[in-house]
Structures are given as C-alpha cells and as structure tokens.
Design a protein around this ligand. Structure first.
Ligand SMILES: [Mn+2]
Length: 237
C-alpha cells in the first residue's frame, strides 16, 4: 500500500461571492508526493478532535507554505511589516503539529510557512520580517522563475539535509520571515550567507525536516531536490 501523506490546507474567506470560501493546497505539493510514491491526503481546518482523527489516517505530514503565523502564538506583538495572518490556518497547524510532535515517529516535512509553524508550535520564535530585522540581508523574495535557485545554502556536515543534497545547493526564495529562536530539540542545518535560517531538523525524530525554500516547485527541473521527497515518503512507509 502507498504511504498516506497528510497535506495541510490553506483557508481562504474568498471575495467572489457565495461560493468563494474554501480550503485548498497548491498542486506541486501533491505532485511531488505522488512522484515519490506516496498518496496525498488533504487535511483541512476543523474542530480539534476531527484534525486528530484525520492525522490518525496519515503515515506522515507535510506542513505546506502559507500566510504568516500570528506572532502572539510565540509571545510577540505584530510589527508593522507583518504580512497576512490566518486564524484558521494557525489553528490547524497548532493542533496538527502538537499532535504530530508527540508522535515522534510520524515523519514531518515543513516547507516555507511549514518550517516556521514547526518551530513555533515546538516552542521557538520567528523573525517577522527579515528585510527589516537582518543586517546585510539577501534578497529572499525572488523575481526569477520559481524553479530557479537564486541564493545558496550550505547544509552542515552530519545532517540529513547534507546527506540528501550535498555541501552546497542553490535554492529558490519566497519568504519574508524566518526562524529566530530555535525550538528545543531542533538543530539549524542550513543558513543563507546572511545568516538567515534555511533548514532545521529534529535529530531524535524518525524524519523531521523544515525547509525555508520551496523544493516542490524546483524538483521537476532540478532532479537532485527530488531526494527530499523520496526520503520523506520512504520514511512514511
Ligand atoms: Mn531564502
């Protein structure tokens, strides 16, 4: 049987009339799970006990990109350059991650907002806007095509990411937030040249990897990045 990978949905109120309220995921997440041999199962925001019941069906969890996490979830007030916040997505991530982090054998892959939510709901904090908070900051919101890497990262020796991608890799960049204080139990395994955290892992977990970049929109053009999804889905078997 194919491993079932839960994929967290984004909620949108919509603005186009009676039928515009919806929850959805971007297709490339589903494509890469399928390419790696998994079956994606969409997990949407709903009451706590329903989220927990959905997670019981999953062999792994993909925490997708999305809007900014409400800074009050990590004890800070919103700065002027905070972006959009979704109370429903924060609820979904909070319940799903608290449940998943308790089951340390459940493989977790967080992408973009996913690495941020993983860090926050495990007890860490975020930079709300790297452009105003990091000295000598690089361009982390690229104008180049999504499949094209625009800055480099250097995965640290001994990490899973290093094993998967090697010592230097070019990645895309579509974020204005980043990990600040790291959650207990996690390690930073890659940074950009300006020091911005680009990847974290939880070494005592079976598979727990957070990525600030978007391999799901690169891997079909840069096959080396497919190793991330293959290792994740393999861990879900
Ligand atoms: Mn970046």
């Amino acid at each position: 049987m194919k491993p079932r990978v839960g994929v967290l949905c984004n909620y949108s109120e919509g603005d186009s009339g009676a039928f515009s309220e919806r929850q959805q995921v971007n297709q490339p997440y589903l494509d890469r799970v399928a390419d790696a041999g998994g079956a994606a199962l969409l997990v949407h925001d709903c009451p706590d006990e329903e989220i927990v019941a959905l997670l019981e069906l999953c062999d792994g969890l993909l925490i997708t990109g999305g809007p900014d996490v409400d800074p009050r979830t990590y004890g800070r007030q919103p700065i002027a350059r905070l972006g959009g916040v979704s109370p429903k997505r924060d609820h979904l991530d909070g319940v799903a991650l608290r449940c998943a982090l308790e089951r340390s054998e459940l493989p977790l892959l967080g992408i973009c907002r996913g690495i941020q939510a993983m860090n926050v709901f495990a007890g860490g904090t975020l930079l709300q806007d790297v452009t105003s908070e990091v000295r000598g900051v690089l361009k982390h919101n690229q104008s180049a095509p999504g499949w094209f890497g625009t800055h480099d990262i250097e995965p640290v020796e001994g990490s899973l990411l290093r094993e998967l991608l090697g010592s230097r890799v070019s990645v895309n960049s579509y974020h204005h937030q980043a990990v600040d204080d790291l959650a207990p139990g996690f390690e930073v395994v890659a940074r950009a040249a300006d020091g911005v955290v680009e990847a974290i892992e939880r070494p005592d977990a079976r598979f727990c990897l957070g990525l600030q970049f978007h391999p799901e929109i690169m891997a079909h053009r840069e096959p080396a990045l497919m190793a991330i999804f293959e290792a994740f889905v393999q861990a879900c078997r």
